[in-house]
Structure formats: structure tokens, C-alpha cells
Design a protein around this ligand. Structure first.
Ligand SMILES: Nc1ncnc2c1ncn2[C@@H]1O[C@H](COP(=O)(O)OP(=O)(O)O)[C@@H](O)[C@H]1O
Ligand SMILES: [Mg+2]
Length: 142
């Protein structure tokens, strides 16, 4: 497995033009490091959905990825509106996406369920009016 590596990306709110670039860069980096395709795929899904949530819901924020010998940890941090009911938000199909986001094909309400499904550890810490932190870990042995 590769040497430990940390990657950070700033994500801009409501910028659908550049949305997806960070997750794409992370995916290409993992491939270059020789990480197996199933793990790359899971990390790409998690990062893409987390990135889109920063763009659409979180008012922008930061993605921090720590690539270790035995795992990848993907975190997002934002100072957005927070999530009032996390158990509701992680249900399939639940969305508060704007009409604008829905017109562009976003807002299926499958992002958080997909992140959860693809992660070995999945945690959301959030406070209404303060922001949201998401943490997802993929173990290479899983
Ligand atoms: N970073 C975030 N900040 C605030 N709310 C969020 C954030 N991420 C997710 N949410 C809330 O959780 C809901 C479900 O998210 P998700 O499953 O990704 O579906 P979608 O993005 O399609 O709405 C969102 O509609 C939003 O209400
Ligand atoms: Mg989403």
C-alpha cells in the first residue's frame, strides 16, 4: 500500500460548473496510487456525493481525505445551515434540494444513503445554524 497522503479541497457553494472536480481528482489520485478498483469506486461515490452536498446544501466547505496504509478517511466540513434531523436526512429519497438543483438533475435524496452504504464507518456531526461535519472511512481489508 502507498505512503500516507493527505488531500484537501475547497468546495464553492452553488457552483455547478466546477462541482465534481474534487471527487474526480481524488479518484484519479487513488488510481495512480494503485489502490484497488472496488475501493477507488467506493471512495469516488462517497466523495462525489459529499462534494455535491457541500455545493447544494452546505454553503460550500472543505473536503479532507487521509489516505493511509490500511484505510481512507474522507471528511467534509461546512459552516452551512446544519441538518435538523439526521435520521430523516439519511433516508432514501429524502431531499430539501432547491428547484434549481432539481432542474439540473440533483436532489434524488440518495447521496447520504449511498455514502453510508459505501463506508465502513459513517458519522455525521451537525448543529442547526452552525454547520455539518461528515466522516466516512473505508478499510482496505473490507
Ligand atoms: N452538508 C449539508 N448541509 C446541510 N444539509 C445537508 C447537507 N448534506 C445533506 N443535507 C441534507 O440532507 C438531505 C439528504 O441529502 P442527500 O441524501 O445527499 O440527498 P440530496 O442531496 O439529493 O438532497 C439534503 O436534501 C439536505 O436536506
Ligand atoms: Mg446529496
Amino acid at each position: 500500500m502507498p505512503e500516507p497522503l493527505d488531500l484537501e479541497y475547497d468546495i464553492v457553494a452553488d457552483d455547478y460548473q466546477t462541482a465534481g472536480e474534487a471527487s474526480n481528482n481524488l479518484k484519479e489520485t487513488l488510481k495512480m496510487l494503485g489502490i484497488s478498483s472496488p475501493i477507488c469506486r467506493r471512495a469516488a461515490i462517497i466523495t462525489y456525493e459529499a462534494e455535491m452536498n457541500l455545493v447544494i446544501h452546505g454553503g460550500g466547505g472543505r473536503i479532507i481525505a487521509n489516505i493511509d496504509e490500511d484505510k481512507i478517511e474522507i471528511k467534509t466540513v461546512d459552516q452551512g445551515p446544519g441538518i435538523p434531523d439526521v435520521s430523516l436526512a439519511i433516508q432514501e429519497g429524502y431531499t430539501t434540494a432547491s428547484d434549481q438543483a432539481r432542474e439540473m438533475g440533483f436532489g434524488a435524496g440518495m447521496g447520504l444513503p449511498n455514502i453510508k452504504r459505501n463506508a465502513d464507518i459513517f458519522e455525521i456531526t451537525t448543529e442547526v445554524g452552525k454547520g455539518t461535519t461528515l466522516r466516512a472511512v473505508i478499510n482496505f481489508t473490507s
